[in-house]
Ligand binder design. Sequence first.
Ligand SMILES: Nc1ncnc2c1ncn2[C@@H]1O[C@H](COP(=O)(O)OP(=O)(O)OP(=O)(O)O)[C@@H](O)[C@H]1O
Ligand SMILES: [Mg+2]
Length: 339
Amino acid sequence: MSTIVKMSHVSKDYYPSRNEKVSAVNDISFEIYEGETFGLVGESGSGKSTTGKLLLKLEGASKGEIEFMGQDIANIESRKDLLSFRKNIQMIFQDPYSSLNPRMTIKEIIGGPMVVHGLVKNNKERDQAVHHLMELVGLNPAYANRYPREFSGGQCQRVGIARALALNPKLIIADEAISALDVSIQAQIVNLLRQLKRENNLTFLFITHDLSMVKYLSDRIGVMSQGRLLETAPADEIYECPLHQYTESLLSAIPEADPLKAKERQRVQYQGLNYSEAEWKDVKMREIAPGHQVLCHPNEVAAYRRKYTVLRTKQQDTAFIKQKSSTINHNYYGKVVTL
Ligand SMILES: Nc1ncnc2c1ncn2[C@@H]1O[C@H](COP(=O)(O)OP(=O)(O)OP(=O)(O)O)[C@@H](O)[C@H]1O
Ligand SMILES: [Mg+2]
């Protein structure tokens, strides 16, 4: 699996006034592999969008290094290099309406970037490419001459996705791309993104505060709070074996549809990071299980490993019981079913 993005000890500080400093991103390190969807989750103000902006080179990092396709993005300076960098990273925005120019037709919105980057020779080629992209995202190509106001929120988000795909980018950053949509439309867009990813081997950085949705899209998830990355793991492990207390608190806040389960569940209160100044020197991301890292001090590693083993065993037991009970049900009804 090749690495497409590598963030190493990246920080971003803002200075809203002379004696005020905001550490929007604080010493974060993670990698995104080609062809995967990396979900970045955390509460409002945790630094998710700033991370996306740093990666897009819309903001410069205060510290640390960001590599994109093996190149330190701080060294991308010439117009030509910047143009090719921008072609390879595209963005799908949160608000589908305000991210589309109301005075441009859908054809101009989707086709514009292709003209700028010289990917089409003439209007005929542009129109063909736009039609193809509209079909790809489930829009009727006959609507190519319409304006954004003539579309619903979900349709506008499809236009945004088509525009992001137009340049055949290596990485797509989706920052709260489905948060503003109705739940049923969210499900449609999630399915569309999953299908596009499967068919086109796309790599996504999917930024959201909504842990319930990111599950269906992500291969791995990173959990952020107050500018720090606290835990990264394969998506199902985040849900089945959350190790950091903050991850547990986020999961315990997801609404539960089943009233019995909702009654059983306890809210986890996050206590914050309480390391002393001396301890902070040794606090970093440490691997607790294969591919599962937690921000911790060396003294905490043994406890995290024990917690992981307990949760994993519980998970396997539950899966075993589920499998057994479904076998019994099927046998009870006397059907021959391959499980
Ligand atoms: N240009 C800026 N100047 C000053 N502070 C900023 C700036 N941009 C972001 N911040 C601060 O940095 C922190 C992280 O902001 P960021 O937008 O990355 O959070 P977020 O996780 O994307 O939140 P949300 O889920 O609400 O979008 C916040 O405290 C924010 O107020
Ligand atoms: Mg944000």
